[in-house]
Design a protein around this ligand. Structure first.
Ligand code: GCW
Length: 722
C-alpha cells in the first residue's frame, strides 16, 4: 500500500513536471484539459459524438482534429456515430448534407463564399445537433477549427450561430528559405523544409505546420526565398515540392514557388531570358506544364525581379509588365497566379528610394494580365518599425495589389524582442488613402472592395524555423497567428486577436489575459520609441540590421547607408519629402498631401519621415525636437521596464519553461533598448550640440564604443564561415 502510494506520487510528479515543461511546439493549438468544470459540463452536455457526411481527406483531417481537441479539452473520447443523434456534431459540405439540414441552413449558406463556414445549433427530428458546414470541405475544416476555438476560449456552445468567410482570397506565407536550409532574415533556426530528405521523409512538423495554418485560414505557402535559386524548378526538386504539396493539400494549403527570372538560362540551356523571346516563353510554358502535371493544384509563382541584384525583364530592356505577363500566360491554363513584387529601387536612380516603386509601377496600371497580383510592401521603404502606408495602395485601381507584411522581425529586434506586430499591421490596414474620398482604407484596396477586384491577396514573410517553438521568441507565435487572422479579415481588431491568442496559448484567466494583452499592444509603440521614434527610419546597423547604426555612411549604394535616411546636420534631422525636398508626398492623395506638407500639421509619428526639422523646433508640447527625441528614447526604455514588471507579475499563470524563457528574453530587450537610446542620442548629439536632458541616465559607454560593435555572425544573413 505504502509502495503504491509513493508510486502514485511519483507518477503525479512526473505528470506535473511534464505539464510545467512547455516547449511551445503546440502553438495556439494547446488542447490541455479545461480546469473549469462548468465549462466542461456544457461541452459534455452538447457533444456526445460526431457524424460526418462525405469521404474527403479534408473531412478526415477535420474530424481527427475535433477528436484530438475534444479529448484533450474535456477529457473524454469523441465517438464517431453511425447516424445523426442527439448531441452530435454533424460535419459535411453543403452538397453532402442531407436535404433537411441543407434546407434549414439555406439562407446561412447563401451568405458565405467558397471557403466560408456555418457553425450552427439546430434541432433535427427533436435532436439537438451542432452543424459544421461550408460550400467545400475546406470550409468545413475552417468551421471545425472555429468550433474547437470556441471551446479553447471557454465560450458557451449551446446556441452556436456563427457564419464567417475570408475577405481576402490568397492568404499566404512567404518563406525566405534557401535550399541549403538557411533562412534569409530568419531568426528561428534553419528552414523547416528538409530538402535533402524529401520526398521520402515526411516530418511530423510538416503536418503540424499545415494544421496551424489551416486553423487560422492561411491557404498558401511560398516555399522558397524571393532571392531565388533556379534549382527548385528542376525535376529533381519538383518531386520534393510535390511531396510537400501532398501533405498540405488536405489542409487547404496550396504550394507556390519563387521563380528566378534567369531560370531558362540556368536550369534550362537557353542563351537568354528575354521575356519576349519565343523560346523563353515556351520554356516557361513547358516548365509550368511539368509542374502542374505533378502538382495539379500548384498555386503559381512569386517573383522578385530587377531588385537588389536579382535578374528581371529590365536586363533585356523589357518592362515588369512583359515579365509578369509572360509568366502569367504560362500558368493561366492551370489557373495559376503570378505575384510580381513591387519592391524595386535602383542603384543608378538618384530619386528618393521611397518614390521609386510608385514611379516604376503606377504607369503600368491596367496592363497586367488578370492572373497577376502586384505584391507591395506595407510601406515605401522596407519593413520599418513604423512607416506610412505605401502610396501605391489606391494608386493602381485597375491592378490587384497584394499586401506584403513581414512577420519575421528583421528590423524589429529579431526573435529577441517581444513586439506584437498585428497592432502594426492593423495601423497600416486602417490608414485612409483618400483615393476615392474619405474611407478609402488600405484594407479596402487589399480586399478588393474599393475598386471591385476579383483577385485579392495578402502575404506575410514567415518567422518560422526549426526552433522547437517554431518562431524563436514564444511571442513570435502571436505574430504568425495574428497575421493569419488579419489575412482572413483585415478589419479585425488586433487587441481582440491578442486576447484570443493568449487564451489559446497560455491561460483563460482574466488576471493573466488583461495585463499581458496590454503588454502586447504597447510593445509595438515601445519598439518604435527605442529604435526609430518621430518618423526616423532605417538607422539600424547595416547588413544584419541588428542594433543601432545611424553613423554608417560607407556602403556602396547611397540608400544602403542610414545617413541617407536621417540626414542629420547641425541644423536639424529628418528626410524632407515635401515639395521643397524629394516630393515623395506628391504620390499620396489629398488631403494627405496638403496636411503632411507642413511640419505643423504632420502627425508627430511621421514627422522626420517627411521633414527635415531644426533641433530647436518647438513641438506641440512646447519642448524642442531634441528634447522630444530624447524623451521618446527614454520612454521606449521605460516601456520595456513596464513589460518586464508585467511579466514578472503573472508568473503563476504560465508554465515554468515559457515563463522563464520570456523573462530572460525581456531582459535582453531591456538591455538593448538602453543600447539603442544611448547610441543614437550620443550620435545625434554631435549634430544638435546640446546636452542630454536630465532624465537621460549617463550612458554606460561612449559613442566610439557603440560604433565599434560588430556582429558578423548575426542570424538571418549569409553566414561567413571563413
Ligand atoms: O528587407 C529587405 C531584406 C532583404 C530582402 C529584401 C526583399 C529577400 O533586407 O534580405 O531580400 O528586403 O524584400 O526582397
Amino acid at each position: 500500500m505504502i509502495y503504491k502510494r509513493s508510486f502514485l506520487v511519483l507518477v503525479l510528479c512526473c505528470c506535473s513536471a511534464l505539464m510545467s515543461a512547455q516547449d511551445g511546439y503546440d502553438l495556439w493549438l494547446q488542447y490541455d484539459k479545461i480546469d473549469d468544470d462548468k465549462v466542461v459540463e456544457n461541452y459534455l452536455d452538447h457533444i456526445s459524438g460526431f457524424h460526418k457526411f462525405g469521404s474527403d481527406e479534408t473531412l478526415d483531417v477535420a474530424t481527427t482534429e475535433l477528436k484530438t481537441a475534444f479529448e484533450g479539452l474535456v477529457g473524454q473520447t469523441l465517438k464517431e456515430l453511425n447516424s445523426v443523434e442527439e448531441n452530435s456534431v454533424v460535419l459535411g459540405s453543403e452538397e453532402n448534407l442531407p436535404s433537411e439540414i441543407r434546407a434549414m441552413l439555406k439562407s446561412d449558406l447563401s451568405e458565405i463564399n467558397s471557403e466560408g463556414y456555418v457553425l450552427k445549433s439546430l434541432s433535427l427530428n427533436n435532436n439537438r445537433i451542432t452543424v459544421v458546414t461550408g460550400k467545400t470541405d475546406v470550409g468545413v475544416l475552417y468551421g471545425t477549427f472555429r468550433l474547437i476555438k470556441e471551446m479553447q476560449l471557454h465560450n458557451n456552445i449551446t446556441q452556436c450561430d456563427i457564419i464567417d468567410s475570408p475577405k481576402i482570397q490568397k492568404r499566404l506565407l512567404n518563406h525566405w528559405d534557401n535550399l541549403d536550409r538557411t533562412v534569409e532574415r530568419g531568426y528561428a533556426g534553419f528552414s523547416i523544409w528538409d530538402w535533402h530528405h524529401l520526398p521520402e521523409l515526411i516530418k511530423p512538423e510538416y503536418i503540424d505546420y499545415a494544421r496551424a495554418n489551416a486553423s487560422i485560414g492561411i491557404n498558401g505557402t511560398v516555399l522558397t526565398n524571393v532571392n531565388a535559386s533556379s534549382l527548385v524548378l528542376t525535376s529533381h526538386y519538383i518531386e520534393k515540392v510535390k511531396a510537400l504539396a501532398e501533405v498540405f493539400r488536405p489542409y487547404g494549403l496550396q504550394v507556390y514557388l519563387t521563380a528566378r527570372f534567369s531560370s531558362p538560362m540556368e536550369s534550362g540551356d537557353l542563351k537568354t531570358a528575354d521575356p519576349l523571346d519565343p523560346e523563353v516563353r515556351q520554356w516557361w510554358k513547358d516548365k509550368a506544364d511539368e509542374i502542374y502535371a505533378e502538382i495539379p493544384d500548384f498555386g503559381g509563382f512569386l517573383v522578385k525581379a530587377n531588385s537588389e541584384g536579382q535578374p528581371g525583364p529590365n536586363n533585356y530592356d523589357r518592362s515588369h509588365v512583359d515579365g509578369a505577363n509572360m509568366l502569367a500566360e504560362a500558368v493561366a491554363p492551370h489557373s495559376g497566379i503570378v505575384m510580381w513584387r513591387a519592391f524595386v529601387y535602383s542603384e543608378d536612380d538618384p530619386e528618393d528610394r521611397a518614390k521609386q516603386a510608385y514611379s516604376e509601377f503606377v504607369p503600368f496600371d491596367g496592363q497586367f494580365h488578370d492572373n497577376v497580383l502586384v505584391q507591395v510592401k506595407n510601406g515605401p521603404i522596407d519593413f520599418q518599425p513604423r512607416e506610412p502606408f505605401h502610396p501605391m495602395f489606391g494608386a493602381m485601381p485597375d491592378t490587384p495589389l497584394m499586401m506584403e507584411f513581414q512577420i519575421t522581425q528583421e528590423y524589429l529586434g529579431f526573435s529577441s524582442h517581444l513586439v506584437y506586430l498585428p497592432e502594426m499591421f492593423e495601423e497600416t490596414l486602417d490608414e485612409d488613402t483618400y483615393v476615392q474620398g474619405e474611407g478609402s482604407t488600405v484594407a479596402k484596396v487589399v480586399d478588393g472592395t474599393l475598386s471591385n477586384k476579383k483577385l485579392t491577396g495578402i502575404a506575410g514573410v514567415a518567422n518560422i524555423g526549426t526552433a522547437k517553438n517554431w518562431t524563436g521568441h514564444p511571442f513570435g507565435q502571436a505574430n504568425w497567428y495574428g497575421f493569419g487572422r488579419l489575412a482572413w479579415d483585415p478589419y479585425l481588431d488586433s487587441e481582440a486577436i491578442a486576447k484570443e491568442w493568449l487564451k489559446m496559448t497560455f491561460s483563460n484567466e482574466q488576471e493573466f489575459v488583461d495585463p499581458v494583452k496590454d503588454l502586447m499592444i504597447k510593445s509595438r509603440e515601445a519598439v518604435v520609441n527605442y529604435m526609430t521614434p518621430l518618423g526616423l527610419h532605417h538607422i539600424m546597423d547595416t547588413g544584419h540590421h541588428y542594433g543601432p547604426g545611424p553613423w554608417v555612411d560607407d556602403l556602396g549604394r547611397p540608400e544602403w547607408n542610414p545617413v541617407y535616411y536621417h540626414r542629420a546636420t547641425s541644423e536639424g534631422v529628418g528626410f524632407d519629402r515635401t515639395e521643397s525636398g524629394s516630393d515623395a508626398l506628391s504620390q499620396y492623395a489629398e488631403p494627405i498631401r496638403e496636411k503632411y506638407n507642413s511640419i505643423e500639421t504632420t502627425p508627430e509619428k511621421y514627422l522626420l519621415w517627411f521633414h527635415h526639422v531644426p533641433w530647436d523646433y518647438k513641438m506641440e508640447n512646447g519642448q524642442t525636437l531634441w528634447y522630444n527625441l530624447a524623451a521618446k528614447y527614454q520612454e521606449g526604455v521605460e516601456d520595456v521596464e513596464e513589460m518586464v514588471n508585467t511579466w514578472n507579475d503573472i508568473e503563476e499563470y504560465v508554465d515554468d519553461q515559457r515563463f522563464e524563457e520570456i523573462q530572460m528574453l525581456l531582459q535582453i530587450q531591456l538591455k538593448e533598448a538602453k543600447w539603442w537610446r544611448n547610441a543614437v542620442l550620443l550620435y545625434f548629439q554631435q549634430f544638435s550640440g546640446k546636452e542630454l536632458p536630465e532624465f537621460i541616465p549617463e550612458p554606460e559607454y561612449d559613442l566610439e564604443y557603440y560604433q565599434s560593435l560588430e556582429f558578423p555572425y548575426a542570424p538571418g544573413i549569409s553566414p561567413s564561415w571563413h
